[in-house]
Ligand binder design. Structure first.
Ligand code: FAD
Length: 566
């Protein structure tokens, strides 16, 4: 027989090498099929989402090592911390977005991007089902299947309405760039409507009542930026109605900004009080209709207030297809995707989850725990039996294994230990336990257990960490004795993910910002606002957006904000 491949076989080899495939080919002149080793096939990495987590992962990934495909319904990255600034026209929407294809192009090599959303994950067959709203396939429904070796789920979260009636129909959300644009238009519409000649005073007031539901960082920042917009720009343009403007901030807890240090909470509440922003704490919104918002407070009962525009910002919830995926993989009881310390989705080979779809903050945990208690207290007596409390605990442990781990580490094994620690005495477990006392015990635990906040900071650190692991995966497989690897059976090759908290800002309007920096170092005021400007200018994803954002800020300083309804 002949030796060496013929032209056609040579072509096969070249094709196989360029596609990275491992092919078995037969030399036409030889009797037996000869298997020749080729370049190993590059593993397929699918990234779902082009937000903080997905984009940071892609920017740090060595894309020569993998066959990378990116799937997201949004073909750009959005710098979410500046969304509240977009609602008032301080920053233009285009200044805070960067096309994902531009980011991918800078990486060199070939990365495929599909503008589509994933609607089902099939972990058994390692496939995902996607749907494009743009084009149609032969069936006309725009659906297609993609298979993966590794799947990075970075799809973020959706706004949580707690199923409050009327919220979806009547409130704005502030999650996406389009939301911020809609809010900006809606604010201007309210002012124009209130200026119309045939309205009476009450109707003008109604139109100029802006309600923000949720006293977390987003709600507070939005209320502050709206107040600045009104006092610095709109009051000059609408002098006859400016005295009718009212901004209300409604919060179910006893304070706003509960995730911040008490000093920041107090400063923010005082400042808002001085600015005339009506902060209503301890009120829970129970219904929103076209004209009025109904809220509840144990002291006042139900009250309804007319409003012109409402923004709903009460936290985040899990996307429906992720909920379905969690049910499939036995995580139906959880609120967010449970991952191990290496960000691998538990019990799910090759799937990783980063960002908001896999993180839950302290406040939501406590809301959840309260809900578990509420459901368990069927007769509304305020007490539960030991058995019932044990069931409640089991439920909490399933959702939040951190709580159980913490209790174990403190050698608190049962209900009695927990209640005893809250009461501070050695009282024996009684038949009936007071729910409030028990909750107090759990909140002590909760303040000790670290839940990662759902922030851009966490998502981007996770994206960066995961990319580093992926970059070293092959090397670590081939040289398992390297210095950063942990050796031994059943252990992972990489050091676990560790979050490094770099601090958090709370812009409060009037060129004042509060910052809680590492080591609980607090800084509040005008100088912190300048720190805010410099941090957010630095953190921009490209020089283009950095230039645009800085020039928007400068434009605002010189000419004020734009009030046109476009
Ligand atoms: P996201 O950034 O939300 O990205 C999710 C991506 O998944 C998007 O591209 C989306 O289009 C895509 N996607 C959605 N569904 C699908 C699907 N079915 N298939 C495929 N792709 C899908 N954090 C801070 O640290 N500091 C701040 O100052 C701050 N300010 C904020 C202000 C506002 C107004 C908001 C809304 C958030 C703010 N955050 C801030 C929080 C921060 O934006 C989030 O924690 C962060 O975006 C989470 O990153 P992520 O990658 O998990 O999700």
């Amino acid at each position: 027989g002949r030796h060496g491949p013929g032209v056609s076989n040579l072509l096969l080899v070249v094709a196989a090498a360029s596609s990275g495939g491992l092919v078995a080919y037969a030399d036409s002149g030889s009797d037996a099929a000869v298997e020749k080793p080729q370049l190993p096939q590059r593993k397929k990495v699918i990234v779902l989402g082009t937000g903080w987590g997905g984009t940071t992962f892609l920017r740090n990934l060595d894309t020569r090592l993998y066959d990378v495909q990116v799937i997201s319904p949004r073909n750009y990255f959005a710098f979410t911390p500046l969304l509240p600034s977009v609602t008032s026209g301080t920053v233009e929407p285009r200044s805070i977005v960067e096309p994902i294809r531009r980011i991918l192009e800078k990486k060199g090599g070939e990365i495929k991007f599909w503008e589509a959303e994933c609607f089902k994950i099939d972990p058994q067959n390692k496939k995902i089902h996607c749907r494009s709203n743009l084009g149609t396939n032969l069936d006309g429904n725009g659906e297609f299947l993609v298979d993966y070796d590794y799947l990075v789920v970075a799809v973020g979260a959706r706004t949580n309405t707690f199923n409050t009636p009327g919220v979806v129909e009547n409130c704005h959300f502030l999650k996406e760039v389009e939301d911020a644009q809609k809010i900006r238009r809606s604010v201007m519409d309210c002012f124009e409507r209130a200026s119309l000649p045939f309205l009476d005073e009450e109707e003008r007031k109604k139109n100029l009542h802006f309600v923000v539901v949720g006293g977390g960082p987003t709600g507070v920042e939005f209320a502050a930026s709206l107040h600045d917009f009104v006092t610095e720009d709109l009051s000059k343009l609408y002098p006859s109605i400016q005295h009718l403007v009212k901004i209300s901030l409604i919060e179910a807890a006893d304070h706003i900004l509960t995730m911040f240090d008490k000093r920041i909470t107090n400063f923010a509440e005082d400042k808002f009080g001085r600015d005339g922003i009506d902060v209503k704490t301890g009120y829970k919104v129970v219904k929103v209709s076209k004209d009025a918002i109904t809220m509840q407070n144990p002291a006042t009962g139900d009250i309804s207030v007319p409003y012109g525009m409402a923004v709903w910002s009460t936290g985040i919830g899990t996307r429906p297809f992720i909920v379905e995926f969690m049910k499939q993989i036995g995580q139906g009881n959880r609120r967010v995707l449970a991952t191990d310390e290496w960000l691998r989705v538990r019990e799910c080979d090759g799937v990783y989850a980063i960002g908001d779809c896999a993180t839950i903050n302290q406040r939501r945990v406590m809301e959840d725990i309260s809900e578990i208690f509420r459901v368990a207290d069927k007769d509304k007596s305020g007490t539960l039996t030991v058995k019932e409390i044990q069931d409640v605990l089991d439920d909490i442990y399933v959702r939040y294994p951190q709580v159980q781990l913490y209790l174990k580490s403190k050698q608190m094994n049962g209900v009695a230990d927990l209640v005893r620690s809250a009461k501070g005495d050695a009282e024996k477990e009684s038949v009936e336990l007071n729910i409030e006392e028990f909750k107090k015990a759990l909140s002590l635990v909760d303040s000790q257990v670290k839940f990662l906040p759902a922030t851009a900071q966490v998502a981007s650190q996770q994206g960066q960490y995961l990319a580093r692991c992926f970059n070293k995966m092959k090397d670590a497989e081939e040289h398992p004795e390297g210095p950063i690897r942990i050796r031994g059976e059943g252990r992972h090759r990489f050091l676990p993910f560790r979050y490094r908290h770099l601090g958090q800002f709370a812009p409060l309007g009037g060129e004042q910002t509060a910052a809680q920096l590492p080591g609980d170092w607090i800084s509040i005021g005008h100088s912190t606002q300048w720190l805010w400007y410099s941090v957010y200018a630095t953190k921009q994803i490209s020089w283009r957006t950095r230039m645009l954002v800085v020039s928007d800020w400068t434009r605002r300083f010189i000419f004020g904000r734009d009030s046109s309804c476009i």
